[in-house]
Design a protein. Structure first.
Length: 344
């Protein structure tokens, strides 16, 4: 058999890796020919590579494809990268959408692994690259801060509710207040850690300073964008970036009878979407170009949030353009009535 391509599809769980091995021959026929389960730990990784060596053809391209399952896929991804094996990490929504095209009625770990293998065999995929250490640390810090901010909102609401009662419990309010002070202290510590990280890498700090020239975007937002995209490592154009963030437009229209509302897909990195919310509001308030764009969109459809989302998308695209061109924001070059900020 003349094999063109070999793919190992991996469905990652907390404690195990469910894998399916498939190949594509010269007649473009697909065969899924072996399935196994391995522990999601170092010994399991070693056993998987040993099994893989026995069941694949040497000299034929081999790619491992897996879902980005929270943090549970990371150790295996780093292990494969250390052993110089081609790896692609795919967002879960891409696999779930692909599975719908297969008419799979039973969703199990095995069928998911099969679907991931077929996905890898049918497509030309890019190699995963491990994040730079600084981006990995910044991502951990920014996500930790986001969690603290969310918890702080809950505690503030609890304090407000407790004080509004007919007979407030002073000891409960005291404990909640102590927790609030702790969270404020921890948030300050995280911000100091972020500043220290930026000082340790001048090249990353320069990129952050460049992005911060955009109206509405501050250091924290710039850091989140770089941390969540690994410094735009696998981003090739503006469209890919907005799709990765889930800010791409989704539309459903067919003939004259089906005409759904246009909306953003939200199938992407929620941390990026969340980070762009307040910068867009600031840009609308203080920058004439974005104020004009916002007013024009609101006058067209009357929905302020929809117009604000469009500004979020423009700001996010602009961060990539400045990064790619290695230039700072110049309002004189920004003409939002035409094709905005095209790459030179």
């Amino acid at each position: 058999m003349n094999v063109l391509k070999q793919v190992l599809g991996v469905d990652v769980a907390q404690k195990e890796l469910v894998v399916t091995l498939g190949r594509l021959n010269q007649q473009l026929e697909v065969e899924l020919y072996s399935r196994r389960k391995f522990a999601n730990k170092e010994t399991g990784f070693a056993a998987l590579l040993k099994w893989l060596k026995k069941n694949t053809i040497e000299g034929v391209s081999l790619r491992v494809v897996m879902e980005a399952t929270g943090v549970y896929h990371q150790k295996f991804a780093y292990y494969l990268d250390d052993h110089q094996i081609d790896l692609t990490v795919v967002l879960p929504n891409k696999i779930s959408n692909y599975m719908r095209t297969l008419s799979v009625k039973t969703i199990t770990d095995d069928t998911c692994a099969d679907a991931i293998t077929l996905f890898g065999l049918e497509r030309k995929l890019e190699n995963w690259k491990r994040p730079k250490k600084i981006y990995r640390i910044l991502q951990q810090l920014t996500r930790e801060r986001d969690q603290i901010v969310c918890e702080r909102v809950v505690i503030k609401n609890q304090i407000h509710a407790e004080k509004a009662e007919a007979a407030p419990n002073t000891r409960s309010i005291s404990r909640l207040t102590q927790r609030l002070r702790l969270m404020n202290k921890q948030e300050k510590e995280i911000k100091l850690d972020i500043e220290e990280c930026l000082r340790s890498d001048q090249s990353v700090k320069d990129i952050v300073d460049t992005i911060c020239t955009i109206p509405g975007i501050g250091t924290l937002t710039a850091v989140i964008i770089l941390a969540e995209t690994n410094g735009f490592e696998l981003i090739r154009n503006k469209k890919q970036l907005t799709s990765y963030a889930g800010l791409d437009v989704k539309e459903k229209q067919s003939g004259t009878s089906v005409k759904g509302k246009t909306k953003i897909s939200k199938r992407g990195n929620r941390h990026l979407r969340k980070a762009m919310h307040f910068p867009a509001l600031v840009a609308i308030r203080h920058d004439e170009h974005y104020k004009e764009l916002f007013a024009r969109l609101v006058s067209r459809h009357g929905i302020k949030m929809k117009a604000a989302t469009a500004v979020q998308r423009k700001l996010l695209e602009l961060t990539y353009i400045l990064f790619k061109n290695q230039s700072v924001y110049d309002p004189e070059k920004s003409n939002l009535n035409k094709k905005e900020w095209q790459l030179q």
